[in-house]
Design a protein around this ligand. Structure first.
Ligand SMILES: Cc1cc2nc3c(=O)[nH]c(=O)nc-3n(C[C@H](O)[C@H](O)[C@H](O)COP(=O)(O)OP(=O)(O)OC[C@H]3O[C@@H](n4cnc5c(N)ncnc54)[C@H](O)[C@@H]3O)c2cc1C
Length: 468
C-alpha cells in the first residue's frame, strides 16, 4: 500500500453535496480530502438538471410554433429541426455548466484525490492503493440510473439519463420506461421535438403526484404530446434486430428507449459492511435526517446517496448540514429542513409543495381548486391543468399543494414559502395579487379552501389597521 494520509475530514464524492460540504469544512480546517471516482463536474451539470433543461427549452421553443398561426404569425411550416444541431446545442450548454463545476472541484489541488473510495474500517478508507485515515467521513457519492442487465445487454439503443445527452441526433421514435420526473420531462421534450414517444407508467403515477384528480389532469396534458400506457410493467426485447417495447396488451417497435425507472443510491459500492453496523435491505445505515450522522459514528451521509430527497437543493442543504457537523466536536447540530418542493419542468409544470395528498389524514383538511381554463392562461395558450391546495380544516393553515399548472414552478415557490412560514389561507389572501396573472387562479383556490374552513375569521380579504 502506498503512502497513508491522515486528515480531519474525508469527503467521498465531488458532486453538489460533497462540494458544499467542503465549502463548510474549509471554514474550520484545511486538513481534508475530497475523493472523486469517475468524471468530475457533478451529476446536475453533466447529466442531470442542466442538460435536461437545455433540451426542454429547445423543445418548448420549437413546439410553440403550433400556436402561432392562430395569432396571425404565418410561415411556421417553414421551420425545420436539425436533430444533430439540437443535441450539439444541449452538449455545448452542458459543457459550459460542467466546466464551471470542474473548476470549482480542481481548485482543491492535492486535496482532491481521484479514485474509488471503499471503507477499510471505521475512519479508514482505501482509494487507489492509498489508505486514508480520517477523524470524520462524509459519504456524498450520489446515485445512478437503475438499469436491468438484460436491457443494458440490448446495446446503445437503450439509453439512461447518463447516455441520453451523448446521442448524435434525435431518434424517430422513443419508448420511455417510467414516467417519474425524468421520464416525463425527457419524454415530453422529445415529443415536442417531433419524436414519436410512447411512455409507460407501470403504477399509473406521474412525476410523483399522489392526488388522483391532479394525476388525471397531468396524464391528459401529456397525452396531447405522447402515447401513455398505464398500469402494466413494461419490457424491452430485441426481435430480429428491432427494438420492441411492450406493456400488458400494448406493443411498439421503437428506434430507442429511455429507461427512467428510478435511481439507485451508490451506498452499495462503498464496502459499508466492513463497519459492522446494521444496514437495511438497501445497504443503508441508520442516520438522523436532522444531523445526517450515522448513529454513534463520526460518519455523515449527504445527497442522493442517502435516499431522502434526490433533488438538487436538498443535496445542497445536506452538504451544508454534513459539512457543518463534520468539523464540530460537540453534539451535532440538528437542522430544520425546508418545506418540500418538487418541480417537473413539463408543460404544464407538475409541482408538489408541502405535504403530499397521500400523506394527509382524510377529514383533517379542506381542498381548494383551480383549473386555469381562463384569463392569462388562455391568453398564453396554456389554459389546461389542475391545482389542488390543502389546508387544515379547523384553522385554514396551508398544508400542501399538488398541481399540473401553467407557471407551476413559480406558484409552487410561493406556496412552499407560505407553507414554511405557517401561513393560513386567510393570511395568504391578504397578499397582493396583480391582474391579470396566473396567480389569480391560486387566489380562486385559496378562496374556495377558505370558505370550507371551520373557524373562519371575519375579514373582507383585507386586514383592518387595528389588527396588524
Ligand atoms: C436527468 C436528471 C435531471 C434532473 N433534474 C433535476 C432538476 O431539474 N432539479 C433538481 O433539483 N434535481 C434534478 N436532478 C437531481 C439532481 O441532479 C441530484 O439530486 C443531484 O445532482 C445529486 O447530487 P449529489 O451530490 O448527491 O450526487 P452527485 O452529483 O452524483 O455526486 C456524487 C459523485 O460521487 C462519485 N462517486 C460515486 N461512488 C464513489 C466512490 N465510491 N468514491 C468516490 N466517488 C464516488 C460519483 O461519480 C459522483 O460524481 C436531476 C437528475 C437527473 C439524472
Amino acid at each position: 500500500m502506498a503512502k497513508n494520509i491522515s486528515v480531519d475530514v474525508a469527503v467521498i464524492g465531488a458532486g453538489t453535496a460533497g462540494l458544499v460540504a467542503v465549502s463548510e469544512i474549509i471554514k474550520v480546517t484545511q486538513n481534508f480530502v475530497l475523493i472523486q471516482d469517475g468524471p468530475m463536474g457533478t451529476t446536475c451539470a453533466r447529466v442531470g438538471c442542466m442538460p435536461s433543461k437545455a433540451l426542454i427549452q429547445t423543445a418548448a421553443d420549437f413546439h410553440r410554433r403550433g400556436v402561432l398561426e392562430k395569432k396571425g404569425i404565418l410561415g411556421t411550416e417553414g421551420l425545420r429541426l436539425d436533430g444533430a444541431a439540437v443535441m450539439r446545442h444541449v452538449r455545448n450548454l452542458r459543457d459550459h455548466f460542467t466546466n464551471g463545476m470542474v473548476a470549482k472541484t480542481t481548485r482543491y489541488g492535492e486535496r482532491l484525490i481521484q479514485g474509488h473510495a471503499r471503507f477499510a474500517g471505521i475512519g479508514r478508507l482505501e482509494v487507489a492503493g492509498r489508505c486514508i485515515e480520517a477523524k470524520t467521513i462524509i459519504i456524498a457519492n450520489g446515485s445512478r440510473p437503475a438499469l436491468r442487465p438484460e436491457w443494458a445487454a440490448l446495446g446503445g439503443r437503450v439509453l439512461t439519463s447518463d447516455t441520453l445527452f451523448e446521442i448524435e441526433t434525435l431518434p424517430k421514435s422513443l419508448a420511455v420506461l417510467g414516467m417519474g420526473v425524468i421520464g416525463v420531462e425527457i419524454g415530453q421534450a422529445m415529443a415536442h421535438l417531433g419524436v414519436r414517444v410512447v411512455g409507460s407508467a407501470r403504477s399509473g403515477r406521474i412525476a410523483g403526484l399522489s392526488d388522483p384528480a391532479v394525476t388525471k389532469a397531468a396524464a391528459e396534458a401529456l397525452e396531447h404530446d405522447l402515447e401513455l400506457w398505464s398500469g402494466h410493467a413494461a419490457d424491452l426485447a430485441a426481435e430480429g434486430g428491432r427494438l420492441v417495447v411492450s406493456a400488458g396488451p400494448n406493443r411498439r417497435e421503437v428506434e430507442a428507449a429511455l429507461v427512467s425507472s428510478g435511481r439507485v443510491p451508490n451506498i452499495d459500492n462503498l464496502g459499508l459492511e466492513q463497519l459492522g453496523i446494521p444496514l437495511d435491505e438497501r445497504g443503508m445505515p441508520h442516520y438522523d435526517p436532522a444531523t445526517l450522522q450515522v448513529e454513534g459514528l463520526p460518519l455523515f451521509i449527504a445527497g442522493d446517496t442517502n435516499g431522502r430527497e434526490p433533488i438538487l437543493h436538498e443535496a445542497w442543504d445536506d452538504g451544508r448540514v454534513a459539512g457543518y457537523n463534520a468539523v464540530r466536536t460537540a453534539a451535532p447540530a440538528r437542522f430544520k429542513r425546508r418545506a418540500g418542493l418538487h418541480i417537473t419542468f413539463s408543460e404544464p409544470n407538475i409541482v408538489t409543495a408541502g405535504t403530499r395528498f397521500k400523506d394527509l389524514e382524510p377529514g383533517t383538511f379542506v381542498t381548494g381548486r383551480c383549473d386555469f381554463d381562463d384569463g392569462r392562461a388562455l391568453i398564453h395558450d396554456q389554459n389546461q391543468g389542475l391545482l389542488h391546495l390543502y389546508a387544515d380544516v379547523e384553522t385554514g393553515r396551508l398544508l400542501g399543494v399538488e398541481m399540473c399548472a401553467p407557471d407551476g414552478e413559480h406558484l409552487g415557490h410561493l406556496l412552499a414559502w407560505a407553507i414554511q412560514r405557517d401561513m393560513s389561507v386567510f393570511d395568504t389572501l391578504k397578499m397582493p395579487f396583480y391582474h391579470p396573472v396566473i396567480e389569480e387562479g391560486l387566489r380562486d383556490a385559496l378562496k374556495q379552501a377558505a370558505a370550507r374552513v371551520r373557524k373562519k375569521p371575519h375579514f373582507p380579504e383585507m386586514a383592518f389597521c387595528e389588527n396588524e
